[in-house]
Design a protein around this ligand. Sequence first.
Ligand code: ATP
Ligand code: MG
Ligand code: MG
Ligand code: MG
Length: 440
Amino acid sequence: MRLTRFFLPLLKEQPAEAQIASHRLMLRAGMIRQAASGIYTWLPLGYRVLRNVERIVHEEQAAMGANAVLMPTIQPADLWRESGRYDAYGPEMLRIRDRHDRDMLYGPTNEELITDVFRGAVSSYRDLPRILYHIQWKFRDEVRPRFGVMRGREFLMKDGYSFDIDSAAAIHSYNRHLVAYLRTFERMGLKAVPMKADTGPIGGDHSHEFLILADTGESEVFLDSAVLDLALGDRAIDFDSRDGLQAIVDQWTKPYARTDETHDAALFESAVPEARRTVRRGIEVGHIFYFGTKYSEPLGARVAGPDGAQVAVEMGSYGIGVSRLVGAAIEANHDDKGVIWPEALTPFHAGIVNLKQGDAEADAACQSIYDRLTAAGLEPLYDDRDERAGTKFAAMDLIGLPWRVTVGPRGLKSGVVELTSRRTGESQELTPEAAVAKVA
Ligand code: ATP
Ligand code: MG
Ligand code: MG
Ligand code: MG
């Protein structure tokens, strides 16, 4: 992509409405624009990152055994009357009436809708287990929308639902999700810690929230720092192995890690050696929940078991804050100059800065680097504007691509370009070929 053909409305001024770094940087870097309170347009740069998040989520859902669907944003109120949540949900739900005076709503979540799809299609235990998910816009009329996309009113969520014949199978589905989420966040270059969450009347240990540590997080978190040293790495995972998954789940959920909602000060002190007791703030980027027959009972989602008797299916639901993750990734990866994208999320792999646009040799060298990066399967952003070097560098620092290749007539005389790492700030003089090889 050439910058002269890319819609990238950068802001020079600090936007007054933004209180935290990610919101400020997303506005300044031309990633989003507000349409109304808590409702945003995703501009080309931001949308590229959002799609990266979506792609990784889709890939890891498939690897774990889930099927992608796409449910509508608008739902009939009657389904929510069946579950009893229509009145219970309160003012966070956006209620709509159509021209025939039917009550509709903009979905804040989809348990009812997916259970309706399921009950109409599945009648035997032989068709279980099933895991269905989608990535779709949600609307919650938050009391205090703030921090940009982190607490929007309209936001993009991955929400998934599992259907099983009994609780042992349902816990296997739960564990599939927990491990798939670990891999999903790890692939994004993010450290998200599963923390014990409230299960309400269901009880048990099967609800976890995934939190990214950041000073601007809305939750206070208490953890054993040992959990921060865990990594899946590239180990192969057999998602069909119940014992194998349980072992991974145990490894991640045994160390103490809780939010203020479930924190137990006495247990924290007795279970975690003082040197490892860590108190920070965190951003909730995912939430998984095994809730049994909470929706299948009232909605009548039953299947025939092996003995022919009708049983309500055991369900769980599993969410990832897809749009929130873009903000959370920035909270965890930025400096005072701008964003520092993890490789997996970056909107472009490298920026090419031409120090003398219009100089035949510099233009040709930039084009050649551009072509080679493209041939290597990467997407470069070429700053071909007629601007001062300082302006171009500031723009690159702000948008935070992992690599910057700087090309100018002086370097080219000795056959080199400059390759700069955004994260470390280190620069090297290399031949164009070596620079391309390093980035690829
Ligand atoms: P929060 O505690 O932040 O209000 P929640 O617990 O209400 O979130 P869930 O119902 O668990 O949210 O939804 C699944 C995921 O959707 C959350 O883990 C979060 O990442 C994301 N999410 C929830 N509300 C918002 C919002 N208003 N804006 C952006 N993302 C959100
Ligand atoms: Mg909420
Ligand atoms: Mg929450
Ligand atoms: Mg939650």
